[in-house]
Design a protein around this ligand. Sequence first.
Ligand SMILES: [Fe+2]
Ligand SMILES: [Fe+2]
Length: 285
Amino acid sequence: MAEPLTLLHLSDIHFGLEDRAALAGVKSAILRLRPAAVLITGDLTMRARHREFAAARQWIGALDVPVTVEVGNHDMPYFNPWERFTDPYRRFLELQAVLEKPLELPGISVIPLLTAVRAQWRWPWSEGLVSKRALAATLAAIDRVSSGNRVLVTAHHPLIEHGPRGQRLTIGGAAAMAALAGRGVEAVLTGHVHDPFDLVADTANGPLRMIGAGTLSKRIRSTPASYNELSITPDGITVAVRNFQNVPTFDMQLQAVPRDALPPRESGEPIAPIGAVPEVDPPVH
Ligand SMILES: [Fe+2]
Ligand SMILES: [Fe+2]
């Protein structure tokens, strides 16, 4: 039987407030496992500062494996609105080559979906939004996969995530889930929540797996720093949540996407209660 394909799913490193010991552990895991690719689902930096991007470029640039990086809400210029609107990805510099980059791997295609926006008609702008344009680009990329590969989609924000008063946090997310399920996507990999999970959501077009990676920053929510190790065989995907305190995978994973997936502020405000898996809304036309 063929060897499983190994992918490492990292998220929310937040350079500037990164957990250096955890990152060193990730680097040695990459050297040891030689994964087929490293998928980083956004929030590379804390405040999109130049020095934070420099650290991100140095760390990612030293990885000797294929990489794709999603844009997170923390990765667009924060203190420079002009740059945020006119050239939001300029600070990625050479990392632009791996930004929102599709990957063709043996048996698996990784297709990005942009959920972080430079502005939107609500506050905060940090919450997810799947624009018609972004979804169309992702669906077109899926349709171009001609190899018969199974498809994984990477995004920053969980596509189904409800706020404390039940409002949908990721606008267009449920419709996107339904569209992706309709295309036979095997799983949607995301970050932003800072806690891992591995769930199946019902959509109008059938079930779709949602896999979340925790954080590799010091901005932890309810679980220690971690990353996901995905082992892919013809039978499916197994997710192991690797962490540095030997917490078993099941104990690391949320059993539902939190009602408010925003990490607590620095003031240490309490963590929002975990709600039930929300129902999927009907597609938006
Ligand atoms: Fe984050
Ligand atoms: Fe985020």
